[in-house]
Design a protein around this ligand. Structure first.
Ligand SMILES: Nc1ncnc2c1ncn2[C@@H]1O[C@H](COP(=O)(O)OP(=O)(O)OP(=O)(O)O)[C@@H](O)[C@H]1O
Ligand SMILES: [Mg+2]
Length: 460
């Protein structure tokens, strides 16, 4: 076991007998693990809800919740966790049964410390390996590719379709949309799905530099210009063969715009202060949250450059115009931040979902991500409820449904039960943005049953 390579594994030892728990704890601590003990099944489950563990070692026979139940709940909270059972000769059969339920192994009492350490080491290795693989797969599909772009609204489907078609070409794309709508995410997806994906993707924010510095950043400079003692390549040269993403291009000064236009027309850059141009092969993607056509009309943006950089325009609609995507994004960020912060938030209450659906999201997806992250980090009980909401969302007027459920119901008296079912299913589907899996979960029925009812009531 090489404890020094990975962060120390977290082990939870559960035993009704505190003295025995302590013996196990000491044996494992000497192997370099971080060990916590619980003296009842109930206490163990509480700890599992609050904190992250890699391996649970639990006595099988205990007087409140037994080892089987600890196993079940531990796996439910974290499917990657490994559970080892401690059992006497009399209960070997149950231990074997536990292994069929997903336990990693069992150890016979009285314990053999060497064996305990060996089995624990193997379990830890398993968990860490699995977590690394999951993490790698996640990074690959979350950062890049179209899977990282969440959204099934017709507006987002159109965007993704367009992006898929233009990504493999060399066409220059202007990505527009309000702040936080995912412009950079789209730019990366375009690069990642183009033949240039093995070459660099570089981003430059045109709003963060003074004019002179921006020129040097983009095109480079020769020794003696400004304070540089040496020649300096710019982003165009660094991105050679790949993609350069020019963010907030609407803020680019007119003089720099002329230089950029020349690069796009000739395929050559001239470092600031140099005489000899350098050939570059760079695909340029740009983004702005301003209206470039208006800037052109005002004389602040060159029309010829506009046509050069915006061969195709991809517009990202603000989140408030694609509310159907909100439930999906909530679940996406919940998973992401649970993992990132090692938390176990399982649910978002319907009241919170409904607030999140109705909020206008001036900061768009970025703001939604921040709100979910904040709630996940401070949550204590595994459920995001109204009192976990940040102030800007909590101050909305309360939902009528939570205020007076009786009122709206009595208005429906006189309708046949089937009609109520139809209305209710339709309403739930609307709420989940047409997501059937989520709707079935909320309704407490199987997906197939829901499917049948959708057919029956023609709710497509
Ligand atoms: N459809 C989406 N699916 C998943 N994550 C998204 C989506 N849209 C945006 N995000 C996430 O939201 C955050 C903001 O997105 P991004 O930085 O791409 O926005 P932007 O439009 O470039 O914003 P700004 O104009 O402020 O620079 C990022 O963390 C991004 O991964
Ligand atoms: Mg951006």
């Amino acid at each position: 076991m090489t404890q020094s390579e990975a962060p120390a594994a977290e082990i939870l030892v559960v035993d009704n007998d505190p003295a025995h728990a302590e013996v196990v704890q000491e044996a494992l601590q000497r192997s370099g693990y971080r060990v916590t003990t619980a003296h009842s099944g109930r206490q163990a489950v509480e700890l599992l809800k609050q904190r992250h563990f890699d391996v649970v070692i639990t006595d099988l026979v205990m007087n409140d919740l037994d080892g089987m139940e600890v196993l079940k709940q531990a796996k439910e909270l974290d499917p990657d966790i490994e559970v080892i059972l401690l059992t006497g000769h009399g209960t070997i059969e149950s231990a074997v049964q536990a292994m069929q339920q997903g336990a990693f192994n069992y150890l016979l009492k009285p314990l053999d410390v060497k064996q305990l350490r060996a089995v624990a080491a193997k379990a830890v290795e398993n968990v860490q390996l699995r977590r690394t693989n999951v993490e790698l797969a996640r990074r690959l599909d979350e950062r890049f590719g179209f899977e990282g772009i969440v959204g099934t609204s017709s507006k987002m489907r159109q965007v993704i379709e367009l992006v898929k078609r233009i990504a493999p070409t060399d066409v220059r794309v202007l990505i527009t949309g309000e702040t936080g709508t995912g412009k950079e995410l789209i730019a990366k997806a375009i690069h990642q799905n183009s033949p240039r994906k093995k070459k660099p993707f570089l981003a430059l924010n045109c709003a963060s530099f003074m004019e002179n510095i921006l020129d040097v950043e983009l095109f480079g400079s020769v020794a003696g210009i400004y304070t540089d003692a040496r020649d300096r390549p710019g982003k165009f040269e660094f991105a050679n063969g790949g993609t350069l993403f020019l963010d907030e291009i609407g803020d680019m000064p007119l003089a720099t715009q002329s230089k950029l236009l020349r690069v796009l027309e000739t395929g050559e850059v001239l470092r600031v202060g140099a005489n000899e141009p350098i050939k570059v092969d760079v695909r340029v993607l740009s983004a702005t949250n301003q209206n470039l056509k208006e800037l052109v009309a005002q004389g602040k943006f060159r029309q010829d450059l506009y046509h050069r950089i915006a061969v195709v325009e991809v517009h990202l609609p603000p989140l408030r115009q694609r509310q159907e995507d909100i439930p999906l994004l909530i679940d996406h960020f919940l998973k992401m931040f649970n993992r990132r912060h090692k938390k176990h938030v399982r649910r978002v209450s319907p009241a919170v979902r409904s607030r999140l659906m109705k909020y206008p999201w001036p900061g768009n997806v970025r703001e939604l991500a921040n709100v979910i992250e904040r709630m996940v980090v401070v949550d204590a009980d595994g459920v995001l409820d109204v009192d976990d909401l940040p102030p800007e969302l909590a101050e909305q007027t309360p939902e009528p449904e939570s205020a007076q459920p009786g009122d709206s119901l009595s208005a429906l008296v006189g309708k046949p039960l089937e009609e109520l079912e139809r209305l209710f299913i339709a309403e739930t589907l609307k709420y989940t943005g047409g997501n059937r899996e989520e709707a079935a979960r909320l309704l407490g029925i199987g997906e197939r049953t829901l499917y049948r009812k959708i057919h029956k009531y023609q709710l497509h």
